[in-house]
Design a protein around this ligand. Structure first.
Ligand SMILES: Cc1cc2nc3c(=O)[nH]c(=O)nc-3n(C[C@H](O)[C@H](O)[C@H](O)COP(=O)(O)OP(=O)(O)OC[C@H]3O[C@@H](n4cnc5c(N)ncnc54)[C@H](O)[C@@H]3O)c2cc1C
Ligand code: FES
Ligand code: FES
Length: 1328
């Protein structure tokens, strides 16, 4: 077939129009590029040729080849609604329900919800959860997003306990310990009745032009030619087969969810791509009496619907395989990927983690292949899955459809999977299992088992199965099966992906579950057959092994103190005001750094980093890279006109690299693609250096530290140890954490023509630091450099220090080339280069009396600081200062050191050492409880501060609020009665255990230095009365700008609508301090207050003269009278100091107290857990904005929960970070939020020295996430007690399914082979 010489017209619509070549729609965000985060979600609408209906489905734009959009209508967040025209109810509700913080995930969330509503205007809760399962949010903790979505649901009833008498909202609901009357407490953060209704008739129609095209589809082959790739889309099956014969090496591009990531990250390249999208034969479904044939082109979402329909039509016995497939289709990826991925692509990709292939294989599915030669069938069996050439597709063949037979009576099929978290995570191990028993007996007639995740492909346990045929389905068979399976499905100790012992255990644990499931099914069967065979009984205690945890949405109540009834309605302080940018986030109109349109002559920069952990740079050959088209320059350290960072913290490596990810140089090119391609052509030769220090242990051995030891001591520890009843010693390991801000690091540097001036637009928490670093790097005065921060898509500490490095390198590029430079890190580089939370290793020795009173505590800890100092010394100091948490222990010794290792430098992260360190303290408490035979909460209560006292560093404080939080939390969570229920549950269930923990918290806010507590603001009043507020804080999503306008509104007594904040800029407020340490709103609020008060003072005579005048009258008069309408406000800061020599000081301005109680259920066989309920009581004192503050508590709690349960960084023994994206690094998803999640802000009882007595809550909630960790360890301890596992387990965070499963040691963990660690090099090593 001759190809036409030029491209065909690629017809598609975006937001109702044919797009111009440059659409410039920036609402859709790009945060991972791998389909794993949902930030780029858009809706695609297509006419389905079979049903002749328009199908709307969400997709992740980052994986969509533009040519695949032929004939489609795309709707982006801009097409849904806008502030200037009409807001869509989804946009309005997500913003007004406080479902946005930084707003970077919001367009994606809006689009997922919008698509759902296009298909189901009144969705069920389950559909809502399903729709949002592929969207990550790092800020909100999801609860408010779900709340906004729930307003559309059929039943939107808020708290599940409502009306039962148990709900705190019910009349008489308990709030006994509160100082306030119930009427002073508010539980609504938004007014649902104010929302505009959803009107489906208002939506964009499917473009008539596309409808015409779809109704009379052209059959000719379409060809779209790009610079390097040709996309061919035939219109008939015949043409497709002809093309496949002609281009056998060309892949069939269906959903691109497998090909796309491989092309992006593994450099796979195909000059010709064949699209089967227009071939209706590939979407055919046919039902027969013995099975179901599904077209290979059907999306996994369609497959799910088809199977669900079949399950509803057929008797249960026939749908075993379909139900097993459906089970996995619920948790496979997110909704967007299921909408895109095709059944054919899934099968042919043969990923080792495939969730469907093991089930299809055991279910005897057949592949219907077709080529020009004709059709043939091959079984989807272990040989096909292993990729054996003899049973594979021929290059010219394609998969047309898949036949899945019905199951029969006496046939049982099940599916199992265990991943790091419940949803949107690839399975560590999955399995499909099928047994056929001889009718009416327990004799195995046929058995097939296939596992995923335990080899390079899906592995079938064929030999074991054969040997078990003929055996009765009983305990003896189970024992034998486990032995055979472990022999056949063998994983070497060094297997890629690691978790080897866990995977081995799952192999047998899954079979055990299957064994029980079949028995259970048999029990149901024989009920109707009185004379049937007798099958082994499952003891009631074992029944719990059968149930999987359901994916459920979170419900809960948020409680806060109502403002005084006398407060003016206009005064916004203390009210749940929506985030200032909320609506802009929801419409995609909020401009982030990389949304700034391309500026004239702009170039793109990409960084080149070291691939060695510790090496000498022998040579850097740039020649090939420089020769590539579009490449302008390569920037190296030699190009730096000023200083290259500091001696210990260089911006770019000079002759030695200290970690994998160390920046060596940067390519500048006309486009991002050109710059990226050029980085691959730079040849760097290294000479490896010794030692290579990766772990804390290595560092201790080599005496490799970044700074001197930090130590605090009180009382006489040694003497106290001699007098105690018991002593326990132990170790705690806490892994690191990736910030995973949704907006990666980015900067745009624009050199100006005059006086070496530079404008820098940067995503940072500390623009002054960027400005200063650029100044010293370029050797130009600070006053020539202006840094602008409009908003930051999440920071969490990760954008305090590092943005200065990127800003400075980009600035060098800008000065050298004379062009504006844009530098945007992609997710994998961001994760590789920037470092994160410090991993920690702690040793403790605790001495106590038999009644649980702790008399002496000695903790020594080490953090893994990486290769440069960064904030490691400060983190160690904060760690030591905060280690005592809420406990008064007379004899204490805390020591801490920051290890220097060959890893990227770790840096500031929400909580700054506290979440890691205090895990040791709380672990001591649990260890003491275990030894005394008492409950941990009793030990906590016994040792908590009770009266006004002094901390270990001799700062006086009153623990009254701490105790109130604790008591209120005990009360609100009905702790004691639920504790008894947990114990009852545990007695009755062997394979599932519940656990509970309540954790108190004393968190010190602020920096330990006076100079860091200063802040300034600049307030201008314009002649029309409008006010522009500028201050030194940066909007990171935490709502600081909203709070600042609340302050200005109260002070000036004008409505918030008259006030505006444009950006944070070093030109308006100089010498600012990083927005961090939970103190930003407080200190900047004081500065704004000061500026407003100065202005008001100036206006006073005018107001006095004309008290009835309006604000505008007064401003006009002030201008006439030459009164300055601009003022700088300043806050000199809290005094804070610490004398480390004496171990004394007043390092913190105030404390935030809190308590959290969590309950979980653990599956001892898989290590999975379900968060049943969390109650948090937090002391905000007089919250400036309860919606924002509750948002901070919830968001940080969920982030903390991630730290302690799922977020696991994996390093190779050579120091290479494997986890560089959302597929390998699991932050919590919407399915991870506790089923019941209640947050109460403790009614105020104190007057801290803060702005309007409102406390900073940015970080403290992080640590409360540990209540989930301790609830899990509580459940694990219960399992171990029952199994008589005597020895203590080492506390290791995160408590991943791997850790939990292995800690719940049982007969299955005992039967797995163990490797001698000395005999192999593991795939990954723990660095803490
Ligand atoms: C973020 C993300 C999360 C994921 N999570 C999971 C998960 O939890 N569990 C899981 O099992 N999988 C998961 N996957 C993998 C996903 O299931 C597969 O990528 C997907 O099913 C592949 O289908 P596709 O249509 O996109 O294939 P494509 O990428 O389009 O193609 C893949 C391969 O199949 C070939 N092919 C496609 N159609 C045909 C045909 N009709 N005949 C012959 N060859 C064909 C192509 O030539 C190509 O080689 C995930 C993927 C992503 C991106
Ligand atoms: S950017 Fe597309 S899914 Fe993350
Ligand atoms: S608001 Fe969701 S990532 Fe920031």
């Amino acid at each position: 077939m001759p190809c036409p010489p030029k491209s065909d017209d690629l017809v598609f619509f975006v937001n109702g129009r044919k797009p111009a070549p440059l659409v410039r729609l920036t609402g859709t965000k790009y945060a991972c590029g791998r389909g794993g985060c949902g930030a780029c979600t858009v809706m695609v609408s297509k006419r389905d040729p079979l049903s002749a209906k328009i199908r709307h489905f969400s997709i992740t734009a980052c994986l969509v080849p533009i040519c695949s959009l032929y004939g489609a209508a795309v709707t982006t967040v801009e097409g849904v609604g806008s502030i200037n025209t009409r807001l869509h109810p989804v946009q309005e509700r997500i913003a007004k329900s406080h479902g946005t913080q930084c707003g970077f995930c919001t367009p994606g969330m809006v689009m997922s919800m919008y698509t759902l509503l296009r298909n189901h205007p009144q969705p069920s809760e389950e559909q809502l959860l399903e729709a949002l399962g592929g969207n990550l949010c790092r800020c909100t903790g999801y609860r408010p997003i779900l709340a906004s979505g729930r307003t559309f649901c059929v039943e939107s009833n808020g708290c599940q306990q409502k009306g039962t008498g148990k709900c705190c909202l019910d009349p008489g609901g308990n709030d006994s310990s509160s100082l306030l009357r119930e009427s002073d407490i508010c539980t609504e953060l938004f007014a649902e009745d104010e929302f505009q209704p959803l009107d489906p008739t208002q939506e964009l129609i499917f473009p008539p032009e596309l409808l015409r095209m779809a109704e009379k589809p052209e059959k000719q082959t379409l060809i779209f030619r790009g610079e390097r790739v040709t996309w061919i889309s035939p219109g008939t099956l015949k043409d497709l087969l002809e093309l496949k014969a002609k281009h056998p090496e060309a892949p069939l591009i269906s959903g691109n969810t497998s090909l796309g990531p491989a092309m992006k990250s593994q450099g796979h390249f195909y000059p010709i791509l064949l699209s089967p999208a227009r071939i209706s034969e590939l979407s055919m479904v046919s039902k027969t009496s013995d099975g179901l044939t599904i077209g290979a082109g059907c999306s996994l979402a369609q497959v799910k619907d088809i199977l669900a329909e079949r399950v509803s039509e057929l008797p249960e016995e026939k749908t075993q395989t379909y139900r097993a497939l459906l089970k996995h289709l619920r948790s496979l990826a997110g909704q967007q990927i299921r909408n895109m991925a095709s059944l054919g692509g899934h099968i042919i990709s043969r990923h080792c983690y495939s969730d469907l292939n093991p089930i299809l294989a055991v279910g005897n599915a057949t592949l219907n292949l077709i080529s020009e030669e004709g059709t043939r069938q091959i079984p989807l069996n272990e040989h096909f899955l292993a990729g054996l050439a003899s049973v594979d597709l021929k290059p010219e063949e394609i998969l047309e459809s898949v036949y899945i037979p019905h199951s029969q009576k006496w046939e049982f099929v099940s599916a199992f999977r265990q991943a790091q978290c419940q949803q949107n995570a690839l399975a560590d191990v999955n399995a499909g299992m099928r047994v056929v028993l001889k009718e009416g007996t327990d004799t195995i007639k046929d058995l097939s088992i296939a596992y995923g995740g335990v080899g390079a492909a899906t592995v079938s346990a064929q030999k074991s199965c054969q040997q078990l045929v003929g055996r009765p389905w009983n305990e003896l068979m189970l024992e034998e099966a486990c032995r055979l399976l472990l022999e056949e499905v063998s994983l070497p100790g060094w297997a890629p992906g690691g978790k080897v012992e866990f995977k081995r255990t799952l192999v047998v644990s899954f079979f055990f579950k299957f064994y029980l499931e079949v028995l259970q099914e048999l029990k149901k069967l024989v009920k109707f057959m009185p004379d049937s065979h007798h099958y082994p009984e499952i003891s009631d205690q074992f029944l719990s092994a059968l149930e999987d945890f359901p994916i459920t949405g979170s419900q809960g109540v948020q409680r806060y103190q109502r403002v005084d009834s006398h407060q003016s309605l206009q005064d916004p302080v203390g009210r749940p005001i929506m985030h200032l940018s909320g609506l802009k986030h929801a419409t995609g109109e909020a401009i982030f750094c990389d949304d700034i349109p391309m500026v004239d002559r702009e170039l793109f920069m990409v960084l080149v980093t070291s691939t060695r952990a510790h090496a000498k740079i022998i040579s850097v050959d740039l020649s090939e890279a420089l020769d590539l088209p579009g490449v302008i320059d390569v920037i190296t350290a030699e190009d730096i006109p000023g200083t290259n960072g500091t001696e210990d913290d260089k911006l770019m490596a000079v002759d030695e690299v200290l970690c994998v990810g160390h920046i060596i140089c940067a390519v500048v090119a006309e486009t991002e693609l050109q710059a990226k391609s050029a980085t691959e052509k730079i040849k760097i030769t290294y000479e490896d250096l010794e030692p290579v220090i990766i772990t804390i242990n290595d560092a201790i051995k080599h005496n490799s530290f970044l700074c001197p030891e930090k130590k605090l001591e009180q009382g006489n520890v040694e003497e106290a140890f001699e007098k105690v009843d018991q002593i326990v010693e132990g170790e705690v390991h806490v892994g690191g954490q990736e910030h995973f801000y949704m907006e990666t690091q980015r900067v745009l540097v624009i050199p100006k023509a005059e006086d070496k001036e530079l404008d820098i637009y940067v995503s940072t928490q500390d623009p002054a630091h960027v400005q200063k670093t650029v100044s010293s790097t370029l050797n130009i005065p600070i006053n020539r450099i202006t840094c602008h921060v409009k908003r930051v898509g999440g920071g969490f500490g990760g954008k305090v220090g590092r943005p200065a490095v990127f800003g400075a390198i980009a600035a060098v590029g800008a000065i050298k080339t004379g062009h504006p430079i844009r530098l945007v890190l992609d997710r994998k580089d961001d994760m590789l280069i920037t470092g994160g939370r410090h991993p920690l290793f702690g040793k403790y020795k605790v001495g106590f009396m038999n009644n649980g009173r702790i008399k002496a505590l000695d903790i020594e800890c080490f953090v893994n600081g990486g290769c440069m100092l960064d904030d490691s010394e400060l983190v160690t100091e904060f760690l030591i200062l905060k280690l005592e948490n809420a406990y008064k222990i007379r004899n204490l010794r805390f020591r801490g050191r920051a290890c220097m290792t060959n890893l990227p430098s770790n840096t500031a992260f929400r909580g700054f050492g506290f979440p890691q360190g205090t895990l040791i303290t709380e672990s001591c408490i649990t260890a003491v409880a275990a030894k005394c035979g008492l409950l941990p909460e009793k030990i906590r209560e016994k040792n908590m501060y009770k009266t006004v006292d002094k901390t270990i560093y001799k700062q006086a404080f009153s623990p009254e609020t701490l105790i109130r939080c604790w008591n209120e939390c005990l009360d609100k969570s009905s702790f004691h009665s639920r504790r008894m229920q947990v114990e009852e549950f545990n007695k009755k269930n062997y394979w599932k255990k519940k656990g509970m923990a309540i954790i108190p918290m004393k968190f010190s806010v602020g920096f330990a230095a006076t100079s860091y507590h200063q802040a300034a603001a600049l307030v201008h009043i314009y002649t029309d009365g409008s006010v522009l507020v500028t201050h030194g804080g940066n909007e990171l999503g935490q709502g600081i700008h909203t709070k600042m306008l609340q302050v200005a509104s109260r002070e000036l007594n004008i409505p918030m609508s008259s006030l505006h904040i444009c950006e944070t800029s070093t030109a308006t407020v100089p010498n600012t301090i990083a927005t961090a340490a939970s103190i930003g709103s407080d200190v900047n609020g004081r500065a704004v207050q000061n500026a407003c008060q100065i202005l008001l003072k100036r206006l006073e005579p005018i107001i006095k003269k004309n008290p009835e005048g309006t604000w505008e009258d007064w401003i006009e008069a002030a201008f006439e009278q030459r009164i300055s309408l601009s003022a700088t406000g300043y806050f000199r800061g809290y005094k804070a100091f610490m004398d480390w020599e004496k171990g004394e000081g007043d390092p913190f301005p105030y404390y935030v107290y809190g308590a959290a109680c969590s309950e979980v259920e653990v599956d001892c066989l898989t290590g999975a857990h379900k968060k049943i309920r969390t109650d948090i009581v937090m002391d905000a004192c007089c919250s400036l904005n309860p919606a924002i503050d509750i948002g901070q508590v919830e968001g940080s709690f969920i982030q903390g929960m991630g730290l302690y349960t799922t977020e696991e960084l994996k390093y190779s023994p050579e120091g290479v970070l494997y986890s560089r994206g959302p597929d390998e690094y699991k932050i919590p998803t919407i399915a991870d939020v506790p089923e019941e999640f209640n947050v109460s802000l403790l009614p105020s009882s104190q007057t801290p020295p803060t702005i309007y007595s409102s406390k900073g809550l940015g970080e403290s909630g992080m640590f409360l996430g540990s209540s989930v960790f301790f609830a899990i360890t509580d459940a694990v301890a219960a399992a171990r007690r029952e199994r008589d596992t005597v020895e203590d387990f080492t506390v290791r965070s995160p408590a991943t399914p791997e850790w939990v499963r292995m800690a719940c040691a049982d007969r299955f963990t005992e039967m797995i082979p163990r490797d001698d660690p000395k005999t192999f090099r593991p795939w990954s090593i723990p660095i803490a």
